[in-house]
Ligand binder design. Structure first.
Ligand code: MN
Length: 322
């Protein structure tokens, strides 16, 4: 999915100064932002007080929306650099096309993982005949400097490993490894993403990696995460230094656990691009608007989205950030 803001801000982020080395409870308030005509997304990252969780640098939660009589998702071709995107659905289906030739329908609890690397373009839409409900999350992962110029690629994984050892908890490992189960999805830094389904009355403890920082997004239901009550759309930042996470469900609940080694590198993020300098961002924008370097998304019935105007003063003032 795309950041469709018309005047996106520049974010510099990363580095250890923002990371809590010890366990904390930090509730992140979502910011609602329109995505196309029929969808509103709740943006949890970047957030005023929190820019990243490990290499996870962007979290949008949308739905559940009734799109039975509507076109649903409709995001025209747009570019990305320096990141991976994860499409994760609890309800519905999304048709993905990209400039490396992928054409793939992604369904609930299947992993659509796109590695932009040096440059990619993609488009997403609800299929013409689509499920009545759409509910999901769009997640971005910053690529470390050593890998941010890799070739663009797309992976679709339908048979992700499950966590079933605890009564009342079913988990699907999206990326990384938890409780001895490892996702086949390609990662470029130590991180984890897990989808957790808790049944009403469940009370479990999930093993964590103490060197990782973590956050939990509640997508549905009412639950307690480390004794903090959470409702749908809430995200709780948990810091580092935990060996396990207590989870209790008041109703059937669906959560996303995101974590990773704190991301040491400073990055510059604007619109759909991640770079290391303002100059790189300016170049990526120029190339995209000139139709160069990102390839072509075939088969989408609309023109590519032009990049918005740059907040040039801001980009120039920041310059090199490391
Ligand atoms: Mn996108």
């Amino acid at each position: 999915m795309s950041n469709l803001e018309t005047a996106p801000a520049v974010h510099t982020r990363g580095g250890r100064e923002e990371v809590s080395a010890r366990p904390v409870h930090e509730l992140l308030e979502p910011r609602t932002t329109p995505l196309g005509e029929s969808t509103v997304v709740r943006r949890l990252l970047p957030n005023l007080g929190r820019r990243m969780v490990g290499a996870w640098c962007f979290v949008d939660h949308y739905g559940p929306d009734d799109i039975a009589d509507e076109p649903g998702m409709w995001v025209p071709p747009h570019p990305h650099t320096g990141l991976q995107t994860v499409s994760w659905l609890h309800e519905g289906d999304v048709l993905h096309r990209d400039s490396v030739g992928s054409l793939q329908t992604i369904r609930a609890r299947e992993l659509g993982l796109m590695t932009a690397g040096r440059a990619i373009a993609h488009a997403e839409q609800s299929p013409r005949a689509h499920a009545p409900l759409l509910h999901g999350a769009q997640l971005w992962i910053a690529l470390p400097d050593a890998h941010r110029h890799v070739s663009p690629a797309f992976e679709h994984h339908t048979d992700l490993p499950r966590i079933t050892a605890r009564s009342g908890l079913r988990g699907t490992v999206i990326l990384g490894e938890v409780d001895g189960a490892a996702s086949p999805g390609t990662t470029y830094s130590p991180l984890v993403g897990v989808d957790l389904s808790l049944t009403e009355g469940a009370s479990v403890r999930l093993p964590l990696e103490p060197d990782f920082e973590y956050a939990v997004l509640t997508m549905s239901g009412s639950c307690h995460v480390d004794d903090v009550p959470l409702e749908p759309g809430s995200m709780l930042y948990l810091g580092c230094g935990r060996r396990e996470l207590p989870l209790r469900a008041s109703t059937d609940s669906g959560l996303l656990l995101l974590g990773g080694e704190p991301f040491d590198e400073k990055i510059v993020m604007w619109w759909n691009f991640i770079g290391r300098t303002g100059e790189e961002i300016v170049q990526a924008r120029t190339d995209w608007n000139a139709g160069q370097g990102f390839g072509t998304v075939h088969g989408f019935d609309s023109a590519p989205t032009p990049a918005p105007e740059l907040p040039e003063a801001q980009l120039k003032a920041r310059g090199r950030v490391r």
